[in-house]
Design a binder for this molecule. Structure first.
Ligand code: ADE
Length: 265
């Protein structure tokens, strides 16, 4: 896809409308953890791009390849340079999403990852959710209008046909930079009407919104936040099995997308 450059003369909205009529040719998959990313890399036989346009020295990793008629780019923020663990959370997710959009100009972003689920809202371990709305739950600014900015609620790109075809669950996602949940977080998550909570989604949505790239969010439940088990323990226990389910869903989504326009999703 040609970059949406300056000086083309066409308003961005009409360019998006045009794109909606052409088959999707390039997608960007944003995944925070290596355990989640590598099975997708293997499934689509993606290869690492050693010459990515990312700044020198950053840990971000770009894989690419072609599947059917689609150029698939997958980015993973890599391991923290000091501590060696996956660079999870909103800061890394925003940065790598921004840099990847600038470099790759995808037609569509897919943010895939694991999430905590609320059984009171119908979530169970291993469920795969296609997210309808995202918001933050740990950006409390109790000043009029700043409060709304902090919550940053937005609708995701609607994909009713995808939801129906793959028989996925639909739900709202709440994002924060902690795996655990304070009582204040819980109140905000309830106010956000969220069924799942993660550490990246709303940040990816913010950047995608800024740069006007449609984005969808696929989240697989590793732990029940309103259950009895300690979150970190339950998350680690279920990570491998749930990741397999997540990667299966991503593969099905890419298959569904193949040959379709944005407006057909
Ligand atoms: N990812 C998986 N489980 C999570 C949780 N409980 N909170 C935030 N992110 C998660």
């Amino acid at each position: 896809m040609a970059p949406r450059g300056e000086g083309s003369g066409a308003p961005v909205d009409s360019m998006v409308a045009q794109l909606e009529k052409h088959p999707i040719s390039s997608i960007l998959i944003v995944i925070a953890m290596q355990t989640e990313a590598l099975p997708v890399v293997n499934k689509f036989q993606l290869v690492e791009n050693p010459h990515s346009s990312f700044p020198e020295g950053v840990p971000w990793v770009h894989y690419h390849g072609t599947y059917k008629d689609i150029i698939i780019n997958l980015v993973w923020p890599g391991k923290d340079l000091t501590l060696g663990v996956d660079s999870v959370g909103t800061v890394s997710a925003s940065l790598v999403t921004y840099a990847s959009i600038q470099a790759l100009q995808p037609d569509l972003i897919i943010n895939a990852g694991t999430a905590g689920g609320f059984k009171a809202k119908g979530a169970g371990i291993g469920d795969i959710f296609l997210v309808s709305h995202v918001a933050f739950h740990d950006r409390r600014i109790p000043i009029p209008v700043f409060d709304l900015y902090g919550v940053g609620s937005r609708q995701t790109f609607p994909t009713p046909n995808l939801l129906k075809a793959l028989n996925l669950k639909a739900g709202k996602l709440s994002t924060g930079d902690s795996l655990d949940m304070t009582p204040q977080d819980e109140a905000s998550i309830t106010a956000n009407d969220a069924t799942v909570k993660d550490m990246e989604g709303a940040a990816v949505a913010y950047v995608a919104g800024l740069l006007k790239i449609p984005a969808i969010f696929v989240k697989a439940v590793t732990d029940i936040v309103d259950g009895k088990k300690p979150t970190a323990e339950e998350f680690l226990q279920n990570l491998a099995a749930v990741t397999a389910a997540l990667d299966g869903a991503v593969a099905q989504i890419v298959d569904f997308i193949s040959g379709k326009c944005l407006s057909e999703l």
